[in-house]
Design a protein. Structure first.
Length: 262
């Protein structure tokens, strides 16, 4: 076989990030392969000699089962299958009345555009740091019932840290600040918001801040204070919502902190 594909983790479950590495046996081939899973394609980036890496997100909304991963490039094609395991996520039952804290079109448009960023430079190295020292109060992937009806398209897209109001929020990895949004600019639901682009389709977002210490375009280092915990936007109390996105979809941040992805 002229191309090899390696997938990690070997036994993925819903919410995991898949690291797909395609390597050519022929050292003269250096074409960037196209990596696809089903009908979705993902950009691959050079990660070693004749070696390219793509990151593929999975979420609680995906169906568990067999995934067929294909890499095509330089006149070569390779294919491998992996079994995506099911995962039980906690559920919450919420009673709401009225319209609640609806966001604005402006904030959703800006946040959606930020999450879709795929820039070529990989800025992170190794595992991500914890963005706040407060206890975790809501984990990734929680599903909800609203007034007794299961919300099929909802899952908690991040981790909530119950840090004290004003406690520091730090960048978990190097990157570029590519989103700064404020309540005064229409960020009614997200509150004061910072988004960091770490490169190659990996972005992180920080919501409900009381203070923002950075500006769009700033380069930040791991551990740098970017803001402070607050209760802005649609919240019931002070906390940090931290979300990690891979190619536009919210994945479980925990493996990024515990293992890391190169």
């Amino acid at each position: 076989m002229a191309m090899q594909i390696k997938v990690t983790p070997a036994n993925p479950k819903l919410g995991d990030t898949l690291r797909i590495v395609a390597q050519y046996d022929d050292v003269s081939i250096n074409a960037t392969p196209q990596v696809s899973v089903g009908k979705q394609t993902y950009q691959a980036f050079l990660s070693g000699a004749n070696q390219f890496r793509a990151l593929v997100p999975t979420t609680p909304l995906d169906k568990p089962g067999t995934l067929t991963i294909r890499a095509t490039g330089g006149g070569e094609t390779a294919e491998v299958t992996v079994k995506l395991a099911n995962r039980k996520f906690p559920t919450q039952s919420i009673r709401i009345s009225g319209s609640g804290s609806d966001g604005t079109d402006q904030e959703f448009d800006r946040v959606d555009a930020f999450k879709k960023l795929v820039t070529p430079e990989k800025m992170w190295q190794g595992a991500f740091r914890r963005p706040n020292q407060g206890p975790i109060t809501s984990s990734y992937g929680i599903r909800r019932y609203y007034n007794g009806v299961f919300a099929k398209d909802y899952y908690h897209r991040g981790i909530d840290y119950a840090g004290a109001s004003g406690s520091p929020v730090v960048a978990p990895a190097p990157g570029r600040v590519s989103l700064v949004g404020r309540v005064s600019e229409g960020f009614k639901l997200h509150g004061n918001t910072v988004g960091i682009d770490h490169g190659q389709g990996v972005t992180t977002i920080y919501l409900h801040l009381s203070r923002i210490n950075v500006r769009e375009g700033d380069l930040v280092r791991s551990g740098q204070v970017i803001g402070a915990v607050g209760a802005t936007g649609g919240v019931t109390g002070p906390h940090l919502h931290w979300g990690l996105y891979v190619n536009g979809l919210s994945v479980d941040p925990s493996p990024w902190r515990e293992v890391g992805f190169e």
